[in-house]
Write a protein that binds this ligand. Structure first.
Ligand SMILES: [Zn+2]
Length: 276
């Protein structure tokens, strides 16, 4: 096997372990694809702003990638998402579904990675905000076990920015022991829903009046320009409301369902999701 250059090797090791929140089309094109065998890439549009390519996995399945605005920023005037193609993290998730990680292990010449969380759930709990299994740490000056620092991995769809620290980090006890964090998250999400609804009203008014909004100029980063409000601005903002409302409903349900539960044990599902 050819030795991989250090940058490629580091990237593949991250993919192998699933620590790949920041992987994007640039890394896929420049680092990941050249290292893989059996994956085919067809460039359709090389232009940076309208970049489009198709990926064919070794199993023969094909998926179209297109540069997409994030759903979070869509309300601020970036064109609505193109549903026929995938953006960065969806493309990466799709590739994983087609066996990317096994192919990465093959490229590295390594066996399947066994994540720590599968080895043991000792000392972990369910985060009351992002609802992932997270290590616990004893909070200083108090008797409580709280979540260690951790980020969101779901992307912007739950109303949080991927890469930010989860609000429960070193602050809230796990969902099994307390509903406090989830109650906090529900309150915060209520505010988000209200703000997003206000944004829909504002955009509808502007649309009716032929008003403008400020958007980032794609050709000149950090430059702001005004442009007319379009119908798709309203639709994108309405979609943001729907996504945030779904997440709020989930939090409300989890608060209503709360009772004291055991912390997760090895080979058991998260305690919070055990039906009884
Ligand atoms: Zn969390």
């Amino acid at each position: 096997m050819n030795e991989l250059d250090p940058k490629t090797q580091a990237m593949l090791l991250k993919i192998r372990k699933g620590a790949t929140a920041a992987i994007d089309h640039n890394k896929l094109l420049k680092v990941v694809f050249p290292a893989l065998s059996g994956w085919k890439l067809e460039m359709i549009d090389k232009n940076r702003a309208t970049l489009k390519f198709s990926i064919t996995a070794p199993n023969g399945k094909t998926q179209l990638f297109k540069r997409q605005p994030s759903s979070w920023s869509a309300g601020s005037g970036v064109p609505a998402r193109d549903k026929t193609a995938m953006g960065d993290w969806e493309t990466f998730r799709w590739m994983k579904d087609q066996g990317l990680v096994a192919d990465v292990n093959a490229a590295l010449g390594m066996e399947e990675h066994v994540p720590a969380s599968r080895r043991s759930k000792d000392g972990t709990g369910t985060c009351p905000v992002c609802f992932r299994n997270i290590k616990l740490v004893e909070r200083i000056h108090s008797a409580g076990l709280v979540m260690v620092n951790h980020g969101y991995t779901q992307g912007p769809n739950h109303g949080y920015h991927k890469g930010d620290d989860c609000a429960a980090s070193r602050r809230f006890r796990p969902y099994e022991l307390s509903s406090e964090g989830t109650e906090w998250a529900a309150e915060a999400m209520k505010g988000t829903v209200e703000n997003l609804k206000d944004r829909v009203s504002t955009l509808k008014d502007l649309l009716a009046k032929g008003g403008t909004i400020n958007v980032y100029d794609k050709r000149a980063p950090n430059q702001i320009r005004a442009r007319k409000v379009e119908e798709y601005d309203v639709r994108a903002a309405e979609q943001d409301v729907k996504v945030a409302q779904d997440q709020l409903n989930f939090y409300i349900k989890m608060v209503a369902d709360w009772k004291l539960r055991d912390l997760p044990k090895e080979n058991e599902p998260f305690a919070a999701f055990v039906k009884d």
